[in-house]
Design a binder for this molecule. Structure first.
Ligand SMILES: Nc1ncnc2c1ncn2[C@@H]1O[C@H](COP(=O)(O)OP(=O)(O)OP(=O)(O)O)[C@@H](O)[C@H]1O
Length: 451
Protein backbone atom coordinates (compact mmCIF):
# COMPACT_ATOMS: atom_id res chain seq x y z
CA UNK A 1 0.00 0.00 0.00
CA UNK A 2 2.92 2.37 0.40
CA UNK A 3 3.36 4.45 -2.76
CA UNK A 4 7.15 4.22 -2.74
CA UNK A 5 8.93 1.06 -1.59
CA UNK A 6 10.36 1.90 1.81
CA UNK A 7 13.67 0.55 3.11
CA UNK A 8 13.28 -2.92 4.64
CA UNK A 9 13.85 -1.71 8.20
CA UNK A 10 11.14 0.92 7.72
CA UNK A 11 8.55 -1.77 7.07
CA UNK A 12 6.83 -3.12 10.18
CA UNK A 13 4.37 -5.47 8.48
CA UNK A 14 4.63 -7.03 5.07
CA UNK A 15 1.86 -9.20 3.72
CA UNK A 16 2.31 -10.91 0.39
CA UNK A 17 -0.18 -13.01 -1.57
CA UNK A 18 -1.93 -13.96 1.65
CA UNK A 19 -4.78 -16.42 1.53
CA UNK A 20 -6.78 -18.65 3.82
CA UNK A 21 -9.11 -21.36 2.64
CA UNK A 22 -11.47 -23.54 4.62
CA UNK A 23 -12.98 -26.86 3.71
CA UNK A 24 -16.72 -26.66 4.16
CA UNK A 25 -18.62 -29.92 4.62
CA UNK A 26 -22.34 -30.00 4.09
CA UNK A 27 -22.83 -32.86 6.56
CA UNK A 28 -20.62 -34.04 9.44
CA UNK A 29 -20.43 -37.48 7.88
CA UNK A 30 -18.66 -35.99 4.86
CA UNK A 31 -15.78 -34.95 7.07
CA UNK A 32 -15.39 -38.52 8.27
CA UNK A 33 -15.63 -39.89 4.73
CA UNK A 34 -12.98 -37.41 3.62
CA UNK A 35 -10.57 -38.65 6.25
CA UNK A 36 -11.13 -42.18 4.98
CA UNK A 37 -10.68 -41.60 1.25
CA UNK A 38 -7.86 -39.02 1.45
CA UNK A 39 -7.30 -37.16 -1.81
CA UNK A 40 -9.16 -39.64 -4.02
CA UNK A 41 -12.49 -37.82 -3.66
CA UNK A 42 -13.57 -34.38 -2.45
CA UNK A 43 -16.45 -34.26 0.01
CA UNK A 44 -15.98 -30.62 0.79
CA UNK A 45 -16.39 -27.25 -0.85
CA UNK A 46 -13.34 -25.03 -0.77
CA UNK A 47 -14.03 -21.57 0.62
CA UNK A 48 -11.47 -18.77 0.49
CA UNK A 49 -12.00 -16.47 3.47
CA UNK A 50 -9.10 -14.35 2.21
CA UNK A 51 -7.15 -14.43 -1.03
CA UNK A 52 -4.29 -12.59 -2.74
CA UNK A 53 -4.01 -9.95 -0.08
CA UNK A 54 -0.83 -7.92 -0.09
CA UNK A 55 0.29 -4.65 1.50
CA UNK A 56 3.00 -3.07 3.58
CA UNK A 57 2.71 -1.07 6.75
CA UNK A 58 5.56 1.28 7.60
CA UNK A 59 6.91 1.62 11.10
CA UNK A 60 4.78 4.08 13.08
CA UNK A 61 1.81 3.89 10.74
CA UNK A 62 -1.73 3.19 11.94
CA UNK A 63 -3.77 1.24 9.45
CA UNK A 64 -7.49 0.59 9.74
CA UNK A 65 -9.01 -2.57 8.31
CA UNK A 66 -12.64 -2.13 7.31
CA UNK A 67 -15.21 -4.25 5.56
CA UNK A 68 -18.60 -5.66 6.22
CA UNK A 69 -19.31 -8.77 8.29
CA UNK A 70 -17.51 -11.77 6.90
CA UNK A 71 -15.19 -9.73 4.64
CA UNK A 72 -12.10 -11.40 6.14
CA UNK A 73 -10.87 -8.78 8.61
CA UNK A 74 -10.39 -11.11 11.58
CA UNK A 75 -8.87 -13.79 9.36
CA UNK A 76 -6.31 -11.29 8.07
CA UNK A 77 -5.40 -9.97 11.51
CA UNK A 78 -5.16 -13.43 13.04
CA UNK A 79 -2.68 -14.45 10.34
CA UNK A 80 -0.65 -11.28 10.92
CA UNK A 81 -0.73 -11.87 14.68
CA UNK A 82 0.47 -15.42 14.06
CA UNK A 83 -2.52 -17.19 15.63
CA UNK A 84 -3.83 -18.56 12.31
CA UNK A 85 -1.78 -20.34 9.68
CA UNK A 86 -2.11 -19.03 6.12
CA UNK A 87 -3.04 -21.44 3.35
CA UNK A 88 -0.86 -19.45 0.97
CA UNK A 89 1.31 -16.36 0.98
CA UNK A 90 3.59 -14.85 3.60
CA UNK A 91 3.45 -12.46 6.53
CA UNK A 92 6.49 -10.73 8.02
CA UNK A 93 6.23 -8.60 11.14
CA UNK A 94 9.18 -6.74 12.65
CA UNK A 95 9.11 -5.99 16.36
CA UNK A 96 7.18 -7.19 19.39
CA UNK A 97 3.56 -7.81 18.48
CA UNK A 98 0.67 -7.67 20.93
CA UNK A 99 -2.80 -8.55 19.69
CA UNK A 100 -6.29 -8.23 21.06
CA UNK A 101 -8.33 -10.19 18.60
CA UNK A 102 -10.33 -12.78 20.38
CA UNK A 103 -11.63 -12.23 23.83
CA UNK A 104 -9.76 -14.31 26.38
CA UNK A 105 -7.46 -15.95 23.83
CA UNK A 106 -4.17 -16.61 25.56
CA UNK A 107 -5.95 -16.78 28.94
CA UNK A 108 -6.33 -20.03 30.82
CA UNK A 109 -9.81 -19.99 32.39
CA UNK A 110 -8.65 -22.09 35.33
CA UNK A 111 -5.83 -19.69 36.25
CA UNK A 112 -6.46 -16.58 38.32
CA UNK A 113 -6.25 -13.14 36.75
CA UNK A 114 -2.84 -12.62 38.31
CA UNK A 115 -1.52 -15.96 36.99
CA UNK A 116 -2.90 -15.15 33.56
CA UNK A 117 -1.06 -11.84 33.55
CA UNK A 118 2.21 -13.74 34.11
CA UNK A 119 1.29 -16.28 31.42
CA UNK A 120 0.25 -13.67 28.88
CA UNK A 121 3.06 -11.22 29.48
CA UNK A 122 5.65 -13.98 29.24
CA UNK A 123 4.15 -15.15 25.92
CA UNK A 124 4.54 -11.56 24.77
CA UNK A 125 8.23 -11.65 25.67
CA UNK A 126 8.56 -10.19 29.17
CA UNK A 127 10.90 -11.85 31.66
CA UNK A 128 9.71 -12.92 35.12
CA UNK A 129 11.58 -9.98 36.69
CA UNK A 130 10.01 -7.53 34.24
CA UNK A 131 6.52 -8.85 35.01
CA UNK A 132 7.23 -8.68 38.78
CA UNK A 133 8.12 -5.03 38.33
CA UNK A 134 4.96 -4.27 36.33
CA UNK A 135 2.30 -6.48 37.90
CA UNK A 136 1.14 -3.71 40.25
CA UNK A 137 0.62 -1.29 37.38
CA UNK A 138 -1.08 -3.92 35.23
CA UNK A 139 -3.57 -4.85 37.94
CA UNK A 140 -4.19 -1.21 38.79
CA UNK A 141 -4.88 -0.48 35.12
CA UNK A 142 -7.31 -3.42 34.87
CA UNK A 143 -8.99 -2.25 38.08
CA UNK A 144 -10.95 -5.45 38.70
CA UNK A 145 -10.49 -5.40 42.47
CA UNK A 146 -10.38 -8.67 44.37
CA UNK A 147 -11.22 -10.65 41.23
CA UNK A 148 -7.50 -10.70 40.38
CA UNK A 149 -7.14 -13.78 42.55
CA UNK A 150 -10.24 -15.52 41.20
CA UNK A 151 -10.14 -17.94 38.26
CA UNK A 152 -10.79 -16.14 34.97
CA UNK A 153 -13.73 -18.44 34.24
CA UNK A 154 -15.64 -16.43 36.87
CA UNK A 155 -15.01 -13.14 35.08
CA UNK A 156 -17.51 -11.11 33.11
CA UNK A 157 -16.66 -10.33 29.48
CA UNK A 158 -15.77 -6.79 30.50
CA UNK A 159 -13.33 -8.02 33.16
CA UNK A 160 -11.53 -10.32 30.71
CA UNK A 161 -11.23 -7.40 28.33
CA UNK A 162 -9.87 -5.12 31.07
CA UNK A 163 -7.21 -7.62 32.03
CA UNK A 164 -6.22 -8.41 28.45
CA UNK A 165 -5.96 -4.73 27.59
CA UNK A 166 -4.00 -3.95 30.75
CA UNK A 167 -1.39 -6.53 29.74
CA UNK A 168 -1.12 -5.11 26.25
CA UNK A 169 -0.57 -1.62 27.60
CA UNK A 170 2.39 -2.78 29.70
CA UNK A 171 4.40 -5.05 27.40
CA UNK A 172 6.21 -2.39 25.32
CA UNK A 173 4.76 -3.68 22.07
CA UNK A 174 6.12 -2.27 18.82
CA UNK A 175 3.09 -3.42 16.85
CA UNK A 176 -0.47 -3.54 18.16
CA UNK A 177 -3.20 -5.50 16.44
CA UNK A 178 -6.61 -4.63 17.81
CA UNK A 179 -10.17 -5.57 16.99
CA UNK A 180 -12.22 -2.61 18.08
CA UNK A 181 -15.28 -4.81 18.55
CA UNK A 182 -13.49 -6.10 21.63
CA UNK A 183 -13.59 -2.71 23.25
CA UNK A 184 -16.38 -4.01 25.44
CA UNK A 185 -16.95 -3.04 29.00
CA UNK A 186 -18.13 0.20 30.42
CA UNK A 187 -17.83 3.50 28.64
CA UNK A 188 -15.11 4.76 30.97
CA UNK A 189 -12.83 1.83 30.27
CA UNK A 190 -13.52 2.17 26.54
CA UNK A 191 -12.47 5.80 26.73
CA UNK A 192 -9.35 4.76 28.61
CA UNK A 193 -8.55 2.19 25.88
CA UNK A 194 -9.14 4.73 23.12
CA UNK A 195 -6.94 7.30 24.87
CA UNK A 196 -4.18 4.72 25.11
CA UNK A 197 -4.56 3.75 21.45
CA UNK A 198 -4.45 7.39 20.38
CA UNK A 199 -1.21 7.84 22.34
CA UNK A 200 0.22 4.59 21.00
CA UNK A 201 -0.46 5.68 17.41
CA UNK A 202 1.99 8.55 17.86
CA UNK A 203 4.93 6.19 18.37
CA UNK A 204 3.97 2.62 17.42
CA UNK A 205 2.59 0.66 14.51
CA UNK A 206 -1.01 -0.37 14.75
CA UNK A 207 -3.46 -2.42 12.77
CA UNK A 208 -6.98 -1.69 13.82
CA UNK A 209 -10.16 -3.49 12.75
CA UNK A 210 -13.15 -1.25 13.00
CA UNK A 211 -16.81 -1.13 12.10
CA UNK A 212 -16.85 2.56 12.85
CA UNK A 213 -15.70 4.80 10.03
CA UNK A 214 -15.23 7.70 12.42
CA UNK A 215 -12.68 5.82 14.48
CA UNK A 216 -10.73 4.86 11.34
CA UNK A 217 -10.59 8.35 9.92
CA UNK A 218 -9.64 9.87 13.26
CA UNK A 219 -7.10 7.23 14.32
CA UNK A 220 -5.61 5.86 11.13
CA UNK A 221 -3.21 7.17 8.51
CA UNK A 222 -4.25 4.55 6.04
CA UNK A 223 -7.02 2.05 5.56
CA UNK A 224 -7.53 -1.25 3.81
CA UNK A 225 -11.06 -2.07 2.73
CA UNK A 226 -11.71 -5.78 2.39
CA UNK A 227 -14.59 -7.14 0.36
CA UNK A 228 -15.20 -10.88 0.01
CA UNK A 229 -11.69 -11.66 1.20
CA UNK A 230 -9.93 -9.34 -1.25
CA UNK A 231 -8.56 -5.84 -1.02
CA UNK A 232 -11.19 -3.61 -2.56
CA UNK A 233 -9.27 -0.43 -1.89
CA UNK A 234 -6.23 0.64 0.12
CA UNK A 235 -4.71 4.03 0.73
CA UNK A 236 -5.24 7.24 2.63
CA UNK A 237 -7.81 6.59 5.41
CA UNK A 238 -10.20 9.36 4.52
CA UNK A 239 -10.36 8.49 0.82
CA UNK A 240 -10.84 4.80 1.52
CA UNK A 241 -13.55 5.50 4.08
CA UNK A 242 -15.35 7.78 1.65
CA UNK A 243 -15.47 5.04 -0.97
CA UNK A 244 -16.49 2.51 1.67
CA UNK A 245 -19.28 4.78 2.86
CA UNK A 246 -20.26 5.45 -0.74
CA UNK A 247 -20.61 1.73 -1.44
CA UNK A 248 -22.59 1.22 1.75
CA UNK A 249 -24.88 4.09 0.85
CA UNK A 250 -25.53 2.75 -2.61
CA UNK A 251 -26.18 -0.71 -1.33
CA UNK A 252 -28.20 0.09 1.72
CA UNK A 253 -30.69 2.84 2.22
CA UNK A 254 -28.12 5.56 2.85
CA UNK A 255 -29.81 8.83 3.45
CA UNK A 256 -33.26 7.37 3.05
CA UNK A 257 -35.15 7.20 6.30
CA UNK A 258 -38.74 6.36 7.22
CA UNK A 259 -41.36 8.09 5.13
CA UNK A 260 -44.49 9.61 6.54
CA UNK A 261 -47.64 9.55 4.44
CA UNK A 262 -48.25 13.26 4.79
CA UNK A 263 -46.10 16.26 5.59
CA UNK A 264 -46.79 17.74 9.01
CA UNK A 265 -47.38 21.45 9.25
CA UNK A 266 -44.05 23.33 9.20
CA UNK A 267 -45.29 25.60 11.96
CA UNK A 268 -45.98 22.86 14.47
CA UNK A 269 -43.53 22.58 17.34
CA UNK A 270 -41.49 25.44 15.93
CA UNK A 271 -40.76 27.35 19.16
CA UNK A 272 -37.01 27.98 19.32
CA UNK A 273 -35.16 26.77 22.37
CA UNK A 274 -32.15 29.00 22.74
CA UNK A 275 -29.07 28.54 24.90
CA UNK A 276 -29.70 30.41 28.15
CA UNK A 277 -26.24 32.01 27.87
CA UNK A 278 -26.44 32.99 24.21
CA UNK A 279 -26.14 36.74 24.65
CA UNK A 280 -23.42 36.42 27.24
CA UNK A 281 -21.40 34.06 25.04
CA UNK A 282 -21.82 36.22 21.95
CA UNK A 283 -20.48 39.26 23.78
CA UNK A 284 -17.44 37.35 25.09
CA UNK A 285 -14.32 35.81 23.56
CA UNK A 286 -16.16 32.49 23.72
CA UNK A 287 -18.24 33.52 20.72
CA UNK A 288 -18.03 30.72 18.19
CA UNK A 289 -17.93 32.02 14.60
CA UNK A 290 -18.39 29.60 11.77
CA UNK A 291 -17.06 30.81 8.44
CA UNK A 292 -19.02 29.30 5.59
CA UNK A 293 -17.19 28.90 2.28
CA UNK A 294 -19.10 29.10 -0.99
CA UNK A 295 -20.58 26.04 -2.65
CA UNK A 296 -18.08 24.20 -4.79
CA UNK A 297 -19.94 23.48 -8.07
CA UNK A 298 -17.06 21.50 -9.58
CA UNK A 299 -17.48 18.45 -7.35
CA UNK A 300 -19.13 15.67 -9.32
CA UNK A 301 -19.61 13.28 -6.42
CA UNK A 302 -21.25 10.05 -7.44
CA UNK A 303 -24.70 8.70 -8.26
CA UNK A 304 -26.97 8.05 -11.18
CA UNK A 305 -27.34 11.80 -11.81
CA UNK A 306 -31.09 11.85 -12.52
CA UNK A 307 -30.87 14.98 -10.41
CA UNK A 308 -27.97 17.33 -9.83
CA UNK A 309 -27.31 19.68 -6.98
CA UNK A 310 -26.95 23.15 -8.50
CA UNK A 311 -26.40 25.22 -5.37
CA UNK A 312 -26.00 24.81 -1.63
CA UNK A 313 -25.95 27.66 0.82
CA UNK A 314 -26.48 28.55 4.41
CA UNK A 315 -28.98 31.38 4.95
CA UNK A 316 -30.68 33.28 7.69
CA UNK A 317 -34.37 32.44 8.05
CA UNK A 318 -35.16 35.60 6.04
CA UNK A 319 -33.24 34.16 3.08
CA UNK A 320 -30.06 36.25 3.40
CA UNK A 321 -27.00 34.10 2.62
CA UNK A 322 -24.64 33.72 5.58
CA UNK A 323 -20.88 33.82 5.26
CA UNK A 324 -20.27 33.83 9.00
CA UNK A 325 -22.75 32.05 11.23
CA UNK A 326 -22.58 32.37 14.97
CA UNK A 327 -23.02 29.11 16.86
CA UNK A 328 -26.45 29.03 18.44
CA UNK A 329 -27.95 31.09 15.61
CA UNK A 330 -30.90 29.72 13.63
CA UNK A 331 -29.85 28.95 10.04
CA UNK A 332 -31.32 27.36 6.94
CA UNK A 333 -29.34 24.90 4.87
CA UNK A 334 -30.74 25.31 1.36
CA UNK A 335 -30.08 22.79 -1.36
CA UNK A 336 -31.11 23.67 -4.91
CA UNK A 337 -31.39 20.85 -7.40
CA UNK A 338 -32.40 20.25 -10.99
CA UNK A 339 -33.91 17.00 -12.22
CA UNK A 340 -32.28 15.55 -15.31
CA UNK A 341 -35.12 13.08 -15.80
CA UNK A 342 -38.44 12.25 -14.21
CA UNK A 343 -37.96 11.15 -10.59
CA UNK A 344 -40.46 9.63 -8.25
CA UNK A 345 -40.12 9.63 -4.45
CA UNK A 346 -37.32 12.10 -3.99
CA UNK A 347 -35.45 12.31 -0.70
CA UNK A 348 -32.70 14.78 0.11
CA UNK A 349 -30.34 14.56 3.05
CA UNK A 350 -27.14 15.94 4.51
CA UNK A 351 -24.37 15.12 6.93
CA UNK A 352 -22.03 17.49 8.70
CA UNK A 353 -18.63 15.88 9.24
CA UNK A 354 -15.34 16.98 10.66
CA UNK A 355 -12.00 16.97 8.86
CA UNK A 356 -11.45 13.34 9.86
CA UNK A 357 -14.69 12.40 8.17
CA UNK A 358 -16.45 11.72 11.47
CA UNK A 359 -20.17 12.28 11.04
CA UNK A 360 -21.36 14.89 13.53
CA UNK A 361 -25.02 15.18 12.62
CA UNK A 362 -27.30 14.92 9.64
CA UNK A 363 -30.89 14.53 8.56
CA UNK A 364 -33.15 14.01 5.58
CA UNK A 365 -36.52 15.01 4.18
CA UNK A 366 -38.14 11.57 4.37
CA UNK A 367 -40.41 12.27 7.30
CA UNK A 368 -41.67 15.59 6.05
CA UNK A 369 -42.14 14.80 2.37
CA UNK A 370 -45.38 13.50 1.02
CA UNK A 371 -45.01 10.01 -0.32
CA UNK A 372 -44.19 10.01 -3.98
CA UNK A 373 -42.78 13.56 -4.18
CA UNK A 374 -41.91 13.59 -7.85
CA UNK A 375 -40.22 15.96 -10.27
CA UNK A 376 -40.11 16.02 -14.04
CA UNK A 377 -37.05 16.45 -16.25
CA UNK A 378 -35.55 19.95 -16.04
CA UNK A 379 -37.66 20.83 -13.04
CA UNK A 380 -35.87 22.76 -10.34
CA UNK A 381 -36.56 21.92 -6.73
CA UNK A 382 -35.22 22.78 -3.31
CA UNK A 383 -34.75 21.22 0.11
CA UNK A 384 -34.44 23.27 3.27
CA UNK A 385 -33.30 22.30 6.76
CA UNK A 386 -33.73 24.87 9.51
CA UNK A 387 -31.67 24.24 12.63
CA UNK A 388 -29.68 26.02 15.31
CA UNK A 389 -26.03 25.98 14.38
CA UNK A 390 -24.35 23.85 17.06
CA UNK A 391 -21.19 24.98 18.83
CA UNK A 392 -18.17 23.59 17.01
CA UNK A 393 -14.62 23.23 18.23
CA UNK A 394 -12.15 25.24 16.15
CA UNK A 395 -11.37 23.42 12.91
CA UNK A 396 -12.59 22.49 9.46
CA UNK A 397 -15.96 20.90 8.72
CA UNK A 398 -17.77 19.75 5.60
CA UNK A 399 -21.37 19.24 4.60
CA UNK A 400 -22.11 16.21 2.45
CA UNK A 401 -25.34 16.28 0.46
CA UNK A 402 -27.31 13.38 -0.99
CA UNK A 403 -30.29 13.24 -3.35
CA UNK A 404 -31.96 9.86 -3.68
CA UNK A 405 -34.98 8.34 -5.33
CA UNK A 406 -36.94 5.39 -4.01
CA UNK A 407 -38.34 3.89 -0.87
CA UNK A 408 -36.90 3.01 2.48
CA UNK A 409 -36.23 -0.53 1.31
CA UNK A 410 -35.01 0.22 -2.19
CA UNK A 411 -33.56 3.40 -3.48
CA UNK A 412 -30.88 4.80 -5.70
CA UNK A 413 -28.53 7.67 -4.90
CA UNK A 414 -28.83 10.22 -7.70
CA UNK A 415 -26.07 12.52 -6.56
CA UNK A 416 -23.87 12.45 -3.49
CA UNK A 417 -21.49 15.31 -2.84
CA UNK A 418 -18.85 14.64 -0.19
CA UNK A 419 -17.90 18.26 0.37
CA UNK A 420 -20.65 20.52 -0.91
CA UNK A 421 -19.92 23.19 1.70
CA UNK A 422 -16.90 23.82 3.87
CA UNK A 423 -16.98 25.49 7.27
CA UNK A 424 -14.22 26.76 9.44
CA UNK A 425 -15.04 27.25 13.10
CA UNK A 426 -13.03 29.77 15.10
CA UNK A 427 -13.27 31.15 18.59
CA UNK A 428 -13.18 29.69 22.03
CA UNK A 429 -16.01 27.21 21.73
CA UNK A 430 -17.19 26.24 25.18
CA UNK A 431 -18.41 22.95 23.82
CA UNK A 432 -16.43 19.86 24.57
CA UNK A 433 -16.94 16.75 22.49
CA UNK A 434 -17.83 16.75 18.83
CA UNK A 435 -20.61 19.35 18.86
CA UNK A 436 -22.13 21.56 21.53
CA UNK A 437 -25.90 21.71 21.86
CA UNK A 438 -27.90 24.60 23.35
CA UNK A 439 -27.93 24.48 27.13
CA UNK A 440 -31.42 25.55 28.07
CA UNK A 441 -30.48 26.10 31.67
CA UNK A 442 -27.08 25.97 33.36
CA UNK A 443 -26.66 26.63 37.05
CA UNK A 444 -24.48 25.96 40.05
CA UNK A 445 -26.14 26.61 43.36
CA UNK A 446 -26.01 25.85 47.03
CA UNK A 447 -28.51 23.29 48.22
CA UNK A 448 -30.24 23.40 51.58
CA UNK A 449 -29.03 20.93 54.17
CA UNK A 450 -31.53 18.44 55.52
CA UNK A 451 -33.32 20.02 58.44
N1 LIG B 1 -13.05 -21.71 10.87
C1 LIG B 1 -13.75 -21.32 9.83
N2 LIG B 1 -14.32 -22.23 9.01
C2 LIG B 1 -15.02 -21.84 7.94
N3 LIG B 1 -15.24 -20.56 7.56
C3 LIG B 1 -14.70 -19.62 8.35
C4 LIG B 1 -13.94 -19.94 9.52
N4 LIG B 1 -13.52 -18.77 10.08
C5 LIG B 1 -14.02 -17.78 9.32
N5 LIG B 1 -14.72 -18.29 8.29
C6 LIG B 1 -15.39 -17.52 7.22
O1 LIG B 1 -14.44 -16.66 6.64
C7 LIG B 1 -15.04 -15.41 6.25
C8 LIG B 1 -14.27 -14.28 6.85
O2 LIG B 1 -14.46 -14.30 8.27
P1 LIG B 1 -13.86 -13.19 9.20
O3 LIG B 1 -14.25 -13.55 10.60
O4 LIG B 1 -12.44 -12.98 8.91
O5 LIG B 1 -14.68 -11.91 8.74
P2 LIG B 1 -14.75 -10.48 9.42
O6 LIG B 1 -14.57 -9.49 8.33
O7 LIG B 1 -13.82 -10.40 10.57
O8 LIG B 1 -16.25 -10.46 9.92
P3 LIG B 1 -16.92 -9.72 11.18
O9 LIG B 1 -16.95 -8.27 10.84
O10 LIG B 1 -18.29 -10.32 11.19
O11 LIG B 1 -16.13 -10.05 12.39
C9 LIG B 1 -16.50 -15.51 6.73
O12 LIG B 1 -17.31 -15.87 5.63
C10 LIG B 1 -16.48 -16.62 7.76
O13 LIG B 1 -17.73 -17.28 7.79
Amino acid sequence: MAPVSPAADEVAIEVHGLGKSYQLYEKPVHRMLQSLVGHRHRFYREFWALREVGFQVRRGETVGIVGRNGAGKSTLLQMIAGTLKPTEGTVAVRGRVAALLELGSGFNPEFTGRQNVYLNASILGLSRAEIDARIGDILAYADIGEFVDQPVRNYSTGMVMRLAFAVIVHVDADVLIIDEALAVGDAFFMQKCMRYLREFCKRGTMLFVSHDGGAVTSLCDRAVWLEHGKVQRAGDARTVMESYLQAALIERQGIVGGRAPKAPSPTSNSARRVDARQELIDRSILRNDIHVFPFNPSEEGFGEYRARVTHVQLCKPDGQPVSIAVAGECVDLEIEMCAQAYMHSVIVGFYVKDKFGQLLFGDNTALTTEEGFSVRADQRFRARFRFDMPRLCPGEYFIAIGVAEGSQEQHVIQQWLHEALRFSAVGGAIASGLVGIPMLDVRLELTLHDQ
